[in-house]
Design a protein around this ligand. Structure first.
Ligand code: HEM
Length: 259
């Protein structure tokens, strides 16, 4: 290790006695990865909710991400590539965010006391952000892994099968609330931190944050109901061959080229 790096590492200042730029760089990357994930989630919610336009519309959207518009044969691994990129950004974001978590009970008590004394709504929002972020470590990982390794099982009937018969509805309903709150609070905090939309008052930004949360949770719930309704109508007979593979073929024959 070079001498300068050792000095900066131990003291947090450079040999020229300037404050290290590393914390600012890490902050920048935490914001950049967070912004990417929040924008991804907005787009993701619209794609998943294509089911509200009908099963055929959702099938087209799913196949588009497998390259149907520009490839002769659909390639589900394209979805895996996107999932892989999202996982990398997600892990980087979580890693950078960990720096801000209280690391022992003493720090946690100070934070709680500070929140109590200050009565400051943005400090309370930070608390909510940290808690929902912590929950996302576990909840989002499960979903992302399934999307990574089973990219060929996305479609109106296959997704509905996963919702109802593989019991993912339970994960999704919690994930929906947690991620929408985390993303909208995160976007609000980004605006305050970096001074975006400075012409707007803080109270206006907060109202926009609430509107975003409510809109995406409402859209998510209607979408959720649509998949559950399809899943319940699948009426699986025990010992039958109506598995994920069955519904994959069913979707392909009904809405695709049959392959
Ligand atoms: C490349 C990555 C992703 C892909 C391809 C993907 C795809 C999908 C698909 C196809 C569904 C419909 C249900 C299913 O087939 O299982 C779904 C639902 C859902 N996804 Fe993702 N997703 C990705 C990343 C994420 C991330 C990072 C989050 C949150 C952190 C997330 C949150 C949700 C939620 C909450 C639902 C349920 C929606 C509802 O109840 O209306 N997804 N996703």
């Amino acid at each position: 290790m070079q001498e300068e790096k050792i000095i900066e590492g131990y003291l947090g200042i450079t040999p020229e006695r300037k404050l290290s730029k590393i914390p600012a760089r890490l902050d920048f990357w935490q914001s950049a990865t967070g912004l990417f994930l929040a924008l991804f989630m907005i787009a993701h919610m619209f794609f998943v909710s294509s089911i509200l336009l009908g099963e055929s519309a959702m099938y087209k959207v799913a196949k588009f991400f497998e390259g149907s518009a520009f490839l002769e044969h659909n390639q589900p691994y394209l979805v895996s590539i996107v999932a892989f990129i999202v996982i990398v950004v997600f892990v980087a974001h979580a890693f950078l965010a960990l720096r801000k978590f209280p690391i022992n009970y003493r720090q946690f008590k100070i934070l709680k006391a500070h929140k109590y004394v200050m009565h400051h709504s943005d400090t309370s929002l930070w608390f909510l952000q940290a808690l929902s972020g912590f929950a996302l470590f576990f909840l989002a990982s499960i979903h992302l892994y399934v999307m990574l390794v089973q990219p060929d099982t996305i479609g109106p009937n296959t997704s509905a099968y996963r919702f109802v018969h593989q019991h993912y509805w339970l994960l999704y309903i919690v994930l929906l609330f947690v991620v929408e709150i985390h993303a909208s609070v995160g976007l609000y905090r980004l605006c305050v931190k970096w001074g975006w939309f400075e012409s707007l008052k803080l109270s206006t930004l907060r109202t926009i944050k609430w509107i975003m949360s409510i809109f995406f949770i409402a859209l998510g719930l209607v979408t959720f109901s649509a998949y559950v309704k399809i899943g319940l109508s699948q009426n699986i007979v025990p010992e039958s061959h109506q598995t994920m593979q069955f519904f994959k073929q069913y979707d392909a024959i009904k809405y695709g080229k049959g392959n």
